[in-house]
Design a protein around this ligand. Structure first.
Ligand code: HEM
Length: 396
């Protein structure tokens, strides 16, 4: 009897909601409010997209998508929706306010409700195949091609290629995942997921984070940031104010590394593990002197060390990498490594350095590159009248 009553009430309620007569059902959802505690250090609007020169947060969810349509107008509309959603997400709101009809799926998936922004940034890029598939090759920047094959590459299809990338970074993993999940949810029919990687970065205060080999990783970025106009940002064409993102999923053989003695570890990077100072130098941020010799006349930083080789290339980039650990591989070892991400004004910067590291980098004994991608990240969204990729879509 009680069951029948409640069922009757339920049906009555449904009818009223369906007719739009009940606006706030008893089991409605409160939308995520913007309140003072939901501030984000990083502005969504700006000349450049956030998440590039933004200091790396503690978590990343990096997703690569494939187009599921050849209709450029649909993709243009999608980027407009993504702009609106991203603005909402990065300011601590739901992608859309919740509606009042309890018989529809909620407008937002909800796992970030009651969480703040955790300084979420969302960064979008497109690859050369994006232009091909949409038949807009004539607008493809000449430099935007697949990365060439590098010595020792062992790329796997599961972590390579794709047309669009979304880099979500936040100081909370669930906030980053929630953002990506909702961006994909609204895009089903236009895009399919190709590959993704979660990653983490741990550090105290403003310390340089350490990678899974225990070394400080990102020291040289301070210099790249000082010259960011030249190192990071594209200066002309529709991509002006944007940047090229190179991503590599680099597997690190932690078990082998952990059997390597400290001196050899330090010679691999050409830096001290503890302080991050270059060998023969005192402090982490000392200017590197590659010519410096020890008392026997040998270079204090081995010529095949990672830092020596990368620095000697004479080229700079902004690295924004995250460690990953994705379970155990088929050999019973950690499936762990570095989701290497770098931003540069031209892909040539990445190509030149990676070729220099080539076969000779001492670090090669401990790593294998298994995933790869190159994406052109749009300029920033300037204001409410702007949207992601507008400079490109307006040409079409
Ligand atoms: C698992 C892969 C890698 C690890 C663990 C790693 C680690 C490191 C470490 C510990 C340093 C020294 C501190 C610093 O300046 O950050 C460094 C420097 C650097 N690495 Fe890597 N790295 C990796 C891959 C790469 C790749 C793929 C590139 C580019 C193709 C690259 C480019 C650089 C550059 C440009 C520097 C700075 C050199 C300078 O002092 O001017 N690294 N890396």
């Amino acid at each position: 009897m009680a069951e029948n009553t409640s069922r009757r009430d339920f049906l009555k309620h449904t009818a009223l909601v369906g007719a739009g007569l009940l606006s706030a059902p008893a089991f409605g959802l409160e939308s995520r409010q913007q309140n003072p505690t939901f501030q984000n250090k990083y502005n969504f609007y700006g000349e450049h997209q956030a998440g590039i020169v933004t200091p790396a947060q503690k978590h990343i969810y990096f997703l690569v998508l494939e187009l599921d349509t050849h209709d450029v107008s649909k993709i243009k509309a999608l980027f407009k929706t993504w702009t609106e959603y991203s603005r909402n997400l990065t300011t601590g709101k739901n992608v859309k306010p919740y509606g009042s009809n309890p018989y529809l799926p909620p407008a937002d998936t909800g796992e970030a409700d009651s969480l703040n922004t955790h300084d979420l940034t969302l960064t979008f890029g497109v690859s050369q195949s994006f232009f091909q598939k949409l038949g807009i090759e004539k607008h493809k920047p000449a430099e935007l091609n697949d990365l060439p094959h590098f010595p020792r590459d062992q790329l796997q299809a599961d972590y390579t290629g794709g047309d669009i990338c979304i880099q979500a970074c936040a100081d909370d993993p669930q906030v980053a995942f929630h953002a990506v999940r909702n961006l994909v949810r609204v895009a089903r029919g236009e895009v399919k997921m190709k590959w993704s990687q979660m990653g983490f970065n741990s550090f105290l205060n403003n310390d340089t984070p350490r990678n899974l080999f225990g070394f400080k990783d990102g020291t040289a970025n301070a210099d790249s940031l000082k010259e960011q106009e030249k190192v990071v940002w594209v200066q002309d064409g529709w991509l002006k104010g944007g940047s090229y993102l190179a991503v590599r999923r680099v597997k690190m053989f932690l078990e082998t590394w952990d059997r390597t003695h400290l001196q050899s570890q330090e010679e691999t990077f050409g830096r001290h593990r503890d302080s991050g100072a270059a060998l023969g130098h005192k402090h982490e941020f000392d200017k590197l002197d590659l010519e410096k010799k020890d008392e026997k006349g040998n270079p204090v930083m081995p010529e095949i060390s990672h830092t020596h080789l990368a620095h000697k290339s004479g080229v700079k980039m902004l690295r924004r990498s995250f460690s990953y650990s994705s379970g155990i591989d088929d050999k019973g070892q950690f499936d762990s490594g570095l989701l290497f991400i770098s931003f540069q004004q031209s892909p040539e910067q990445f190509i030149k350095i990676q070729n220099r590291l080539g076969n000779i980098d001492k670090m090669n004994e401990y790593i294998t590159h298994i995933g790869s991608g190159l994406f052109a990240c749009f300029a920033g969204v300037k204001d409410e009248n702007d949207y992601l990729g507008k400079a490109l879509f307006e040409l079409i």
